[in-house]
Design a protein around this ligand. Sequence first.
Ligand code: NAP
Length: 272
Amino acid sequence: MTGAGPGSIGEAVAARLADDGFDVTVTTRARPVAEHRWHELDLADRTSVATFAQWYADQGAELDLLVNCAGIHLDLGSRWSEPQVLDGHEIHWRTNYLGTVDLTRALLPALLAAADARGTAGVVHVVSKLHERGVAAALVGEDWDYDSWVAYGSSKLALVHDAAALADEHGARGLRAVAMHPGAVSTNIADRGLETRPVLRRLRNLARPLERRTLMRPTESAEHLVRLATDPAIVSGYFHKSHPADPAPLAGDLDLRARLRVSTNEWLTGSR
Ligand SMILES: NC(=O)c1ccc[n+]([C@@H]2O[C@H](COP(=O)([O-])OP(=O)(O)OC[C@H]3O[C@@H](n4cnc5c(N)ncnc54)[C@H](OP(=O)(O)O)[C@@H]3O)[C@@H](O)[C@H]2O)c1
């Protein structure tokens, strides 16, 4: 379970899974989580991903469910037209898409071993309805007019494709893979990226009580996620909370998916 920091959806999912009897391992970037087995993980750092995967393998624990909840949507109260670049990539793309795919591929042998042993294993990519804002050019490295919301949406659109590709490639072996929009949930996501913006940060603090009343609580979202993740009859697809939903038309573009796979595999194997 990635992205289980305080107040996050991931924290609530981990608690719910533990209540249901799962042996849960969680990650955050730095802050230890006392309630579960924990390891640090920075998705935007390939060494950190490799170190985490090796540590997990060394634990000797099975991996029958991977929930990729970690993600960012920086400064979501506004939008910017100049990309922030991290490790040579736009920051949402590097963190949400490349980081999640890097981790999932590193853990795939363990997931497939669990699928072989138990007949089933699962991956949940937590995406967003905002994947509808994603553009094809961003998925295949072509030029486009930058907008931070579109960048976020594109990173989530690519994850919808990745879940479908995982189910296609490994479904026959028992791997289930779904993409899920968790709903509009009151978490810390809107605080991220405001470290250097004190006015926006103050406004956000003022809006917080209203937000808590109007948005879903992380525990509600976690109910949906756990239902989805643990139902052996759900093998693939895009879900709005725990209900099947139609993703954006671009999510069904198989030519785009194939081009995304090629460029992602090149990146994963170090040739870009
Ligand atoms: N909240 C919503 O309304 C909403 C709506 C649609 C989709 N989502 C998606 O739901 C997921 C969970 O978000 P949330 O609302 O729970 O936000 P959150 O409270 O900000 O939690 C995000 C988690 O992701 C982790 N994270 C961020 N960057 C990371 C990195 N580079 N490497 C590893 N971990 C990283 C954070 O780790 P630290 O604890 O170390 O900071 C944190 O634990 C995200 O993928 C988000 O896009 C949320």
